[in-house]
Design a protein around this ligand. Structure first.
Ligand SMILES: [Zn+2]
Length: 178
């Protein structure tokens, strides 16, 4: 993960769950996650920034589950990830230059939630601290980005980056896709 910056920012993790799995997720409960593609939205504001947080999620090294995604992540394949560097962690939730009124991770979550066929397998997943009205920061796309459809995946990634750039008020070139 040398390519990931240690800057603060927001990210999206794209996962594929090959078959339905039941899981107990921390305190929010027991649920069955249907097979499909999943997009998890988060922010990396702590030490090590995007490198530390997104790198952790990509590597899946979660011996001590802390975030909700730590429970689901080991069952999934990582399809891809993208991130946006937002240098000023303090104002990440209110970037005047980016015309932000709600956090970018929430804008991204709501962007993905509004895609056709998107559903929310577990309300509250990843959004314990969310005050922007997101149903969850984990969205499932049943017909989205399964790894066997690489061309679809590529098209989807392009569209996703454009949608994320628009939602964040930045250029698509500012969104890094892995
Ligand atoms: Zn939110």
């Amino acid at each position: 993960m040398q390519s990931l910056p240690s800057s603060t920012g927001v990210y999206a993790l794209l996962l594929a769950l090959p078959e339905a799995r039941s899981l107990q997720i921390g305190k929010i409960g027991d649920t069955t996650f249907p097979a499909g593609s999943y997009i998890y939205l988060g922010s990396a504001l702590g030490p090590g920034g995007i490198h530390a947080r997104l790198g952790r999620h990509i590597s899946g090294s979660t011996s001590h589950p802390y975030w909700h995604i730590d429970y689901l992540r080991p069952l999934c394949t990582v399809i891809g990830a993208c991130y946006l560097v937002v240098e000023d962690a303090v104002s990440i939730n209110e970037q005047p230059a980016l015309h932000q009124t709600i956090p970018i991770e929430c804008r991204w979550s709501q962007t993905v939630s509004s895609l056709p066929s998107a559903d929310i397998p577990l309300p509250g997943f990843g959004s314990s601290d969310c005050h922007a009205g997101c149903a969850a920061h984990l969205v499932r796309l049943p017909n989205g980005i399964m790894p066997d459809f690489e061309s679809v995946q590529s098209d989807f990634s392009t569209q996703l980056v454009k949608a994320f750039a628009k939602a964040a008020g930045v250029s698509a070139y500012d969104i890094m896709f892995l």
